[in-house]
Every structure is written in C-alpha cells, then in structure tokens.
Design a protein around this ligand. Structure first.
Ligand code: ARG
Length: 401
C-alpha cells in the first residue's frame, strides 16, 4: 500500500499540477482537501477536478464559522494590523488550513501534508511552522518550492498530463480571498510606482463611483465581538458578509502596502478588506471609551506583537496563547455600539456609546454641569512639574539652538 498525503487544494493551476507531480515524484496516494473560507467558488466542481486529475479522494470542508469565530474575531479583539496597514486575511487563514490538513491526515492515516506555496512567500512558513507545532511527525511536501518550474513550464506540464488549464491562468495577478479580505499581487503591481489598475478591485467600488450620499451603520459589540448591525443580531459570518458588501459599495477598504515579508523581501501588495477596515476602526473606538489610558497604552504594544506573530506564522505558539489570554481579559467591558459613516472610500467613526463607558460628561464638560474641581489642578501641577523645575534650577534649561 502506498503512503498517503493530504494536499490543500484550491483547484488552481499549481495545486492541480501538484496532484500529479506528488503522485509521480513521491509515489504517494494524494487526498485533496478544499476548504471554504468564504470565497465564492463552486466547490463541487473543484472536487471533481481533483479526482479527474488523479486524487484518490477529494474532500470539501466549510470552515467559515471556525475561521470567523476562532481566528478572525480574536485578531479583531487584539486590534491586529500588520505594519499599520495589512488586516491579515491571508495570514489568519493559513494556520486554520494547516490544522485541518493535520486533522484530515490523522483521519486518513496519511504520513504527510502538502501545500502549493512557493519558496518566496510567507504562506509556506505559516503552513510549515503550524504543522510542526501541531504534528511534528507529519512531513510537509511543498511541490511548488521543490519543482523549480517556471510558470510556462508548469502550464506545459499541465498540458502534457491532460490537466485543464483554466482561463483565469491568463490573469497576471495572484489572488487569495476569504471572508476577511482579498490579497492581490503580481503583474503591474510589482512596480510600486504604478497605481493599481481598477480591474484588480472586485470587492470595492471606486470611490469616484461610490454613492454621493453617505451611509451610516451602527455596529454592536459584546465583549469586543461584533454582534449586530443597525440593531439586528447577526452571526459572525453574516455580519462580515453584509459589511463587506455595504462598505465595499462605498469604496471602503482598499489598501496599498509595501510590506516586509518574513523571508526578507519587500513586496507591494494590494488588499481589499471592507469589513475588516470598518470593524477594526469601530472596535478601537469602543476600546478608547471603555479601557483606561494605561490599558490602552499597553494593549497597543500587544497589538503590534500580536499582528507580527500572526504574520510570521506563529499562531500555534506559546507566545500567542499567553497574549490571547491577556487580550481576552481586556475585552470584559468592550461592549456597546459604534456609529460609522461610509462615504467615498472612507469610513469614519462618528459616534460611540457603551453601558460601561469611562467617558464622564460631568468631568469633560465646559458648561455649568461641570463637576471637575479646577482648583485641585494647581496643586497637581506643582507636584507633577516639580522634577522639571528642580532640574532646570540646578542645571539650567538652555533652549536648543
Ligand atoms: N502578503 C500577504 C501575506 O503574506 C498576502 C499573501 C497572498 N498569498 C497568496 N497566496 N497569494 O499574508
């Protein structure tokens, strides 16, 4: 009996060629696993294609719910954004795909898992490290990293082996999509000076063509988890889908980022992430109202670490476990409603309210309802400024020339 390998299968050129290539090169039985994370694909025809190309078994799995609740929302609670721009859709999906590959390998008695990543990107790292963490004894095969074929040679290989090469192969762009966003690379985008052509955007309207009237949406949060839109309770999947459509219609969520890959390359990436853009801004606005100054300051540092570890493939790590526990603790009172205005490519938080708000009108107001004791400020400032005054008296405070 041959050894078995479970291959993450998208139905695209590389992973289709991989089915044949692994079977030939490694003499293994290939089982494919295609995972629905919210991209609109015909998974039944992807399954059929895998079998046609030579898989001994082809599985399809709907993992949207797990993706949103166990990966995306915890990252949202952490305010995770990589290098201030990338909302991490692709990076968040990889550890989940790795976990499902490992689970399937266990069920099928497979000794290896496989993915279609090249040797230049972050995704290979995320897969390999996740598998190493979850099942160190399972081997990882990465055909596209090993075979050394150019794109033309891959197409030739496919034709020689009767693997259907779809028209989408003609597209110069490399695209990865899930509910949290779309990542677009390659083609003219590799010149960081070139403005992304309108054709790369399929989730968002051009701000020029977006409605001339703004749209307001009220997002309800429970302990840092978005749970309603305009007062209607929604499941995580439905809420994200709805918000993707709504914000996308107003041109919100286009991101143009020259980012630092883990493997040392700077890479120009275009993202579309309408729901992620709106939810991250809304969530932060609610935290600004419900967390103390010190909590917010510290959480900001954690947010950066958290985003880095997601980007760098360390989802299944002890550091993540520890930081996640901290983030959960911070969300105890992050409940309330945020009002967001969507207009011509921009989303702006224009209102927020919470039963656990730390904002006090009586302390903040300048009108007669003022409860703040201004006379106490004088003594406070005397002590607060004491070390500055002492040092200036002893050492002088020459202005810099
Ligand atoms: N640069 C992004 C990341 O590292 C997106 C990668 C897109 N991946 C892909 N297979 N097209 O997460």
């Amino acid at each position: 009996m041959k050894d078995k390998v479970v291959l993450a299968y998208s139905g695209g050129l590389d992973t289709s060629v991989a089915i044949k290539w692994i079977a030939e090169k490694y003499d293994m039985d290939v089982i494919t696993l295609s995972i629905d994370l919210g991209m609109e694909r015909d998974f039944e025809s992807i399954r059929q294609k895998a079998l046609k190309v030579g898989a001994v078994k082809a599985q399809v799995m709907d993992a949207r719910d797990t993706f949103i609740n166990d990966y995306v929302f915890p990252a949202l609670q952490a305010d995770a954004i990589y290098e201030g721009q990338y909302t991490l859709a692709t990076a968040l999906a990889r550890p989940l795909i790795a976990k499902l590959l490992v689970d399937t390998a266990r069920q099928e008695g497979a000794t290896a898992v496989a993915h279609g990543c090249t040797g230049k990107g972050n995704d290979q790292v995320r897969f390999d490290v996740s598998v190493a963490a979850l099942a160190p004894q399972v081997r990882v095969i990465a055909p596209a990293r090993e075979w050394g074929m150019t794109r033309e040679e891959t197409i030739e290989y496919a034709q020689r082996h009767g693997i259907p090469v779809s028209v989408t192969v003609a597209s110069p762009y490399s695209i990865d999509e899930n509910l949290w966003g779309k990542s677009i690379e390659c083609g003219v985008l590799e010149d960081p000076w070139v403005e992304p052509p309108e054709e790369v955007f399929t989730w968002t309207k051009s701000p020029n063509e977006a409605p001339n009237e703004p749209c307001y949406v009220e997002i309800g949060f429970e302990r840092g988890i978005p749970s309603s839109l305009d007062g209607h309770e929604l499941s995580g999947i439905a809420l994200v889908e709805k918000l993707n459509a709504l914000a996308g219609e107003h041109g919100v969520g286009r991101i143009d980022h020259v980012e630092n890959r883990l493997v040392g390359i700077k890479s120009r990436e275009i993202y579309e992430a309408p729901a992620a853009t709106v939810l991250l801004a809304a969530h932060l606005a609610l935290e600004q109202m419900t967390l103390s100054k010190d909590q917010l300051r510290f959480k900001q540092k954690v947010a950066q670490e958290y985003a880095d570890l997601i980007y760098n493939g360390l989802w299944f790590s002890a550091l993540h476990r520890d930081l996640a526990a901290y983030v959960q603790s911070t969300q105890r009172h992050v409940s309330g409603t945020v009002k967001v205005k969507l207009f011509k490519g921009k989303s702006t938080v224009v209102g927020r309210k919470s039963p656990k708000s730390l904002y006090s009108y009586g302390l903040a107001t300048y009108d007669e309802a003022d409860e703040f004791d201004q006379s106490a400020a004088e003594g406070f400032i005397q002590i607060y400024g004491l070390p500055v005054k002492t040092q200036a008296q002893a050492q002088g405070m020459e202005p810099d020339k």
